[in-house]
Each structure stands twice: as C-alpha cells, then as structure tokens.
Design a binder for this molecule. Structure first.
Ligand code: N01
Length: 531
C-alpha cells in the first residue's frame, strides 16, 4: 500500500492546478487519480456534437502564470471542447504533471482512520493508497443523470448521455434521433446534428431562455489585445460576481423609455454572450425588470420560429430569466423551421415509456435509431457522494448529507478531517466562470495546507457551528434572489428524485465569497477545529 502526503481525485482544471501546487510549491508527495484515460475532466467526457464553452476563451483558463497565459493563443470567441482539451494538454506539458497521475482508476471508497490520521483510498482496479490530505477535484457536473424511464433497458438502439459521450465518433447520419433535454448541452447538440440526421425529435420539459452566442474567429488585433492585457483581465475577472470580464450596467430597466431600452437590448442581443443579462442592473434581481428582459427574448424567439404552435411551446416560460442557468446558442431556434426537426412538449405530452423501438408518449409512439440524453447532472453533491466517503466515527457522507449538503465555504466538511473540495456545494462554483473559482479554491487549499505544515498540525475540519452558519447564509441569500422562483432547477436539486431540495451553490458572488475566504485565512482558521 503506497502512502502519499496528498491524493487528488480528478485531473481536470482543478486537479491539474492542485497537483502543481501541492507537488511543486509545497513539495508534498502527491498523486492524482483519474477515472478517464487522459486529463481534461469535464472536457474529457463532454465530447458531444457541438460542445463548446459559454465563457469567452480569453477568460477561460489559468491566470496564475503569465507565461502559460501568454504562450497560448485562443482562436475563437468561445473555445470548442477539443480546443480546451488541447489547452489543458499544453498546460500539463508545461508543468510536467502526467508522471504523477494514475489514469483509468475510479475511486470506490475513501475512509478516514482517526487513530492514524490517514485516508485510505480504494479504486475499481483494486489499488489501495493511504494519504494524509485528500482533495476532491471531481468537478461539480460530472455525475451524469440518465432519468429512470421505464423500458430503457429494452431499447434496441443505442443511447448516449452528453456528459459521457463515446470517444469513437457516433454516426448519426440519416438516423432517426431522439434528444431529451434542452439545457446548455442540448441547445448545443440539436443545431449541430439537425443537418445530418434524417429526423430529430426534441423532447422539452421546460422551455429555456437562450441568447445567441455569436461565436467568431478572433482577429489578430483582438488576440494581441487579450495577450497584452493579461494583468488587466486577471484583475477584472476577480472583481465581477461571475468571474467574467463583463460588469453589470449601472442603470435600471426603468431608467429608460421603451425605445432606449430596446436599443440597449438589441445591441446586447447582436453582440451575444452571457453578458446579455448585465445590460441593466436589475434584470437578475427584480421580477418586474426581469419580465421585461424575458419578454424581449420571447419576441425574438417568436420572430424566428415560423410555426406558431412550436414557437408557443418554446416560449411558454415558467421561470424568470437567469433563475436557471442561461444558455447560449448558435441557430437553435432556427432548426425548428426545418422539416426534419420536431418538438414534443413533455408538459402536455409526457413520456410514458421507452419501447424496444423508441419512445411512447401520452399522444404518440416514435421509432428511433438513437436516443441522446442531454438530461444534465446530479450536480455538486453527486460526484462527491459517488466516492463513498467515510469520515470520523464511521460517519458516512451520504448519511451526513441526507437532509442537505453541509460544508463550510464549500471547501470542507465537518467530521471529514483533512478532506478538501474544489468547487464543492456551498461555494459559488457553477454560478461562475469556473476556472476563476478553481484558481481561488486551489490557492486557498494550498495556503491552508502550508499553514498546517508550518504549524506542525495534524488535522483540520470545520466546526459544525460554522457549517450551520454557512448553510443559513446561503439560504438567506438564495431566498432573496430570483433563483428560488424556478420550478425545476438543478441549482436546488429538483432534477434528481429523492435529492434534498435546498439551494446548493453560494449565490453571493465571487468577490464577496473571496473576501470571506481571505478573512478566514487571515484569522488563522478560527472557524475550524485544528489539532
Ligand atoms: O443539463 P441541464 P446540461 N425528462 O440540467 C431536461 C454546464 N454546461 O447538461 O429544465 C425530461 O441544464 C431538463 O429539463 P428541466 C452548465 O453549467 C456548460 O444541459 O429540468 N427532461 C433540461 O432541459 C449547465 O448549466 C456548457 O425541466 C429532463 C435538460 O434535461 C450544466 O452544465 C455546456 C429530465 C438538462 O439540462 C448542465 O447543462 C454544457 C427528465 N426526466 C453544460 N431530466 C457550456 O459552457 C432532465 N431533463 C457550453
């Protein structure tokens, strides 16, 4: 049984950076264990057609090293899945990380032994390791959710989940294909495959708001500007609530008359990007202002989709804009003008079962060659629960979190000493441009480990009272936000049957969160039990 100082689970953005910090800065004997056969995390698994990031490329990467930032050139406004993989491979090479990563091993359990102050980790390849510090860099959106629909095991065709897409090209040409789900992933898949399939039937449960991405090649001038402004960009993404470069306007929707307002909306719409929500300061905060933005989006969809019945299904919104993750699209609404694309409204025509040949809904029966599940994830808690974590006094995470995920800052869990989470439940994580959050978390964890080592401390875990307080803070902020107005939202666990219905990420924005974390560090971790 090999013993390490640190084991990191996962080799995506967070695992790679954490490995570099633990090994090269703290000189800890460190191993990263990865389920996939290569690095990449989210971008290793999400190989679905059309997969592309919604954050602008010059903000979607590491900023800790000027050299790494400047020696890489993004060529498009939004990077494609395989471009991000290439970027991570470039970073890995620069830092020489692979030699300390064990691939093709899935963690089956991780138990803490108090007497020895060690974690014992087992993998599905019967490997067993011991370590003092265990860092879960498992991603927030890595536990794929395939809904338990009756009959799926009888389906004679193939089915796929966007987040576990096969490496080998899936041939969809001239196939009759079902797509269930119209979130960020589904809205990217559909327009990409609509051109090649014989027929595409999209099953929509909840209509989504989607803004045009307006992806484009970056000009040499823009590329130069991004590289020259490295320091400015690095500073700016730390200041905005979502870790993007756009700031919210300082005027309300109601500071303008309709003509002025529409001009601003039109400009933001023509530009595309997640920044659309920021063209006024109250869209994401006040229902009345939100309604005006959502009506603008609705009019755009109605003007694009020719069939009035379909347009109605696509705009029958039941939640405020941004109360669920807003999505970006490239010609999503346009595909509904094609003869080979059909939309099924699951609200009025729900799926009854999957048959040998396809899908039976209340009103129809379809035959399909393939089914694509773009049905999202057991977000934030799912990836951690799948590790079968057992802390002090044999406390199992699944029991400790049965009513709600209890963490402090989304970084650590009471009763689970020396266990750290990157982007865990209770941190801003999924509400941000993720690499920005990851850098902040990895750096906080590294400083904390440095502190424990310098002070010769055995272990650290948050006090239960700190985690209770943190849970209340999240609840208070969430209740005051529009997030709670969404009927079905993975932010609050609604998409997974049996999952506790609580708001999971921290909704107070990155700068406020960063300040709290910095204060905790400065005050020498008073909110924690340190032995
Ligand atoms: O998953 P989702 P996603 N029957 O949960 C539907 C990140 N991401 O993979 O809205 C029928 O958003 C569900 O319906 P409803 C990003 O953070 C980023 O698309 O719950 N339908 C919804 O339409 C994103 O938010 C990028 O009613 C069911 C869809 O499936 C997150 O990942 C790209 C169903 C799931 O949407 C997740 O996005 C992709 C059921 N039983 C993802 N269960 C980029 O940056 C669920 N649905 C580009």
């Amino acid at each position: 049984m090999i013993k390490f100082d640190t084991i990191i689970i996962g080799a995506g953005f967070s695992g790679l950076y954490q490995l570099h910090k633990c090994r090269d800065e703290l000189n800890l004997k460190t191993l990263a264990i990865e389920e996939g056969s290569d690095i990449g995390g989210t971008w290793y698994w999400n190989r679905y057609p059309g997969a592309r990031c919604d954050s602008e490329s010059h903000t979607y990467g590491f900023t800790f090293s000027e050299k790494i930032y400047k020696n890489w050139t993004w060529k498009e406004k939004y990077p494609k899945q395989n471009t991000i993989l290439k970027y991570l491979k470039y970073v890995e090479k620069k830092l020489d990380l692979k030699k300390d990563i064990l691939f093709n091993n899935k963690i089956t359990s991780a138990k803490y032994f108090e007497r020895k102050n060690l974690w014992k980790i087992k993998t599905n390849k019967n490997k067993v390791f011991l370590c003092k510090y265990l860092i879960c860099a498992v991603g927030s959106l890595s536990a794929a959710n395939i809904p338990k629909i009756k009959g799926l095991n009888k389906f004679e065709g193939n089915y796929y989940h966007t987040g576990k897409w096969p490496k080998k090209k899936v041939n969809l040409k001239n196939n009759v294909v079902a797509q269930i789900g119209t979130g960020s992933s589904g809205i990217q898949v559909a327009p990409t495959i609509a051109k090649e399939v014989k027929k595409l039937v999209i099953f929509q449960r909840t209509p989504n708001y989607s803004i045009p991405a307006r992806n484009k090649k970056l000009t040499q001038d823009l590329i130069r500007k991004y590289l020259d402004n490295y320091k400015k960009i690095k500073k700016l993404i730390k200041k905005t609530p979502g870790g993007h470069t756009f700031s919210f306007a300082n005027k309300s929707v109601f500071d303008c008359n309709k003509i002025e307002r529409d001009k601003i909306f039109e400009k933001a719409w023509a530009k595309g990007s997640l920044a659309f929500r920021a063209c006024f300061n109250d869209i994401t905060k006040k229902l009345k202002a939100n309604k005006i933005a959502s009506n603008f989006i609705k009019e755009k969809i109605l003007a694009t989709v020719k069939d009035k019945k379909i347009a109605k299904i696509l705009t029958n919104f039941d939640h405020p804009f941004t109360s669920k993750r807003p999505t970006l699209n490239t010609n999503y609404y346009e595909i509904f003008n094609r003869d080979n694309v059909e939309l099924i409204d699951l609200k009025t025509n729900p799926i009854i079962k999957i048959t040998k040949k396809g899908i039976k809904t209340k009103n129809n029966e379809f035959n399909f060659d393939k089914i694509i599940f773009a049905t999202g994830y057991d977000a934030l808690t799912g990836p951690l629960l799948s590790l079968n974590l057992e802390g002090k006094n044999k406390i199992k995470l699944k029991n400790f979190w049965s009513k709600s995920p209890k963490t402090y800052l989304g970084l650590m869990i009471p009763n689970f000493p020396n266990l750290f989470i990157i982007q865990g439940p209770g941190s801003p994580s999924v509400l941000t441009n993720v690499p920005v959050q990851i850098e902040q978390h990895v750096e906080w964890v590294t400083n904390c480990l440095g502190f424990l080592i310098r002070k010769n401390k055995k272990s650290i875990e948050p006090k239960l009272s700190s985690s209770k307080k943190w849970g209340n803070e999240i609840k208070k902020l969430a209740n005051a936000s529009l997030y709670m107005k969404a009927k079905i939202s993975w932010y609050k666990g609604d998409n997974i049957p049996g999952k506790p219905k609580v708001f999971i990420p921290y909704p107070g924005g990155l700068p406020r969160y960063r300040n709290i974390c910095n204060k905790v560090e400065k005050n020498r971790y008073k909110e924690f039990l340190i032995k």
